[in-house]
Design a protein around this ligand. Structure first.
Ligand SMILES: *Cc1c(COP(=O)(O)O)cnc(C)c1O
Length: 372
């Protein structure tokens, strides 16, 4: 088997959950955000661990992601952040999946399906308080709530909103404004006779830095996986979380390259001295960003080895000249740490001009996940 693999440390995942569980007030529920295959960490295995640790809810994007969890022993409530698509109403209800609803047509079609099945379907209404992405605009909440009254086979179990800038202290006023718009919308729903019991606003940064937004539940993604140091790393609690993801492979070829020669596509790297160059079996098809060409470094035998030349589709070259006793099949750590050195998803993100979430999400299915 090709040695390229992502190692997911489930013990550390459980520890991260416990840190967060102790941090958040005990009467506040935790929704574990496991959308997008748990940000690339493997939604099924991560959810199983998190369910055992006491996660109250699971958050995914699509019904397909939710069905996968149901098939694999997740019995806790599951919220689909993007609701459902036309034709999925009944399967959703049969699998006891709760959709976020952000337009009236969705509410109506789910209500009709529930009526045909002679039961009531729970929904969480998503309120847009300033993100201007998905959700009922806060200033249209009253009209929406009024129309919902006609849908007798729906139960408005939850109300939610999402922050645009909870990670940025300079935007605290805007976060407070979003919170106020949300509170007002909740009042409107109550005035219309609804009794949503789960109000939730907070993502990882809001959970860590804005305890006033915890309400009945927090929705935590990145912090669970110990990533996001580049987004909300200033928080004290973040320092107690550990990344659970590492990316490893082995040296597949070693060769001499002589002074003045170039390596790789477009000849972007020229040897200033005689070098030993190793090839490793990973490329942009695996999610190694091409932006790391001539930029990143990996760990071999406790030392950094720089990436030289262009990252290609299936292979990349590293300079191992300074690695003593380097050999074929030596372990290579692309993300992770050994006893001396570390490379983080945040390091990659910074070199690529993106955020750490995109790095783990970007590792593709060709890279098997090994759970440890
Ligand atoms: C992804 C997402 C979250 C989790 O965000 P993190 O920063 O990973 O904690 C919470 N709420 C919604 C609506 C999301 O889409």
């Amino acid at each position: 088997m090709r040695p390229t693999r992502a190692e997911i440390n489930l013990t550390k995942l459980a520890e991260n959950f416990r840190v967060l569980r102790r941090f958040v007030a005990s009467n506040v529920k935790i929704m574990a955000m496991v959308k997008a295959d748990a940000y690339g960490h493997g939604a099924v295995r991560c959810s199983q661990i998190l369910q055992d640790e006491g996660a109250d809810w699971f958050g995914v994007v699509t019904p397909e992601e939710a069905f996968e969890l149901r098939k694999n022993g997740i019995e806790k409530p599951i919220l689909t952040l993007q609701g459902f698509w036309r034709g999925q109403e009944k399967t959703l209800i049969e699998n006891n999946i709760t959709p976020a609803v952000f337009n009236f047509e969705q509410a109506e079609s789910l209500n009709n399906a529930a009526a045909e099945m002679n039961l009531s379907a729970k929904i969480h209404v998503k309120i847009d308080t300033g993100m201007n992405r998905l959700g009922i605009r806060f200033d249209e909440a009253e009209n929406f709530a009024e129309r919902l009254k006609n849908l007798k086979n729906l139960e408005i179990e939850g109300l939610m909103t999402h922050f645009a800038s909870a990670d940025d202290a300079a935007e605290n006023e805007f976060t407070a404004l979003q919170t106020k718009h949300f509170d007002d919308a909740a009042q409107i729903f109550r005035a219309k006779g609804f009794n949503p019991t789960i109000l939730d606003l907070a993502n990882s940064p809001a959970t860590l830095d804005h305890c006033e937004t915890w309400a009945q539940m927090v929705r935590i993604g990145g912090a669970l996986y110990g990533i996001g140091g580049d987004i909300f790393g200033c928080s004290k609690t973040f320092a107690k979380l550990q990344p659970i993801f590492s990316l490893k492979t082995e040296i597949m070829s070693l060769k001499n390259v002589y002074k003045g020669e170039t390596v790789g596509y477009s000849r972007t790297f020229r040897a200033e001295n005689d070098l030993v160059v190793a090839a490793i079996p990973i490329g942009y098809r695996d999610g190694l960003p091409r932006q790391l060409s001539n930029k990143g470094h990996v760990i071999v035998r406790g030392e950094f080895a720089p990436i030289v030349g262009r990252v290609s589709m299936d292979v990349v070259l590293i300079d191992v000249t300074k690695i003593p006793q380097v050999q074929l099949n030596d372990e290579v750590i692309l993300i992770g740490k050994d006893c001396r050195r570390a490379v983080s998803t945040e390091d990659w993100a910074q070199m690529c001009g993106t955020i750490s979430y995109q790095i783990t999400c970007g590792i593709t299915a060709r890279v098997p996940k090994i759970f440890v």
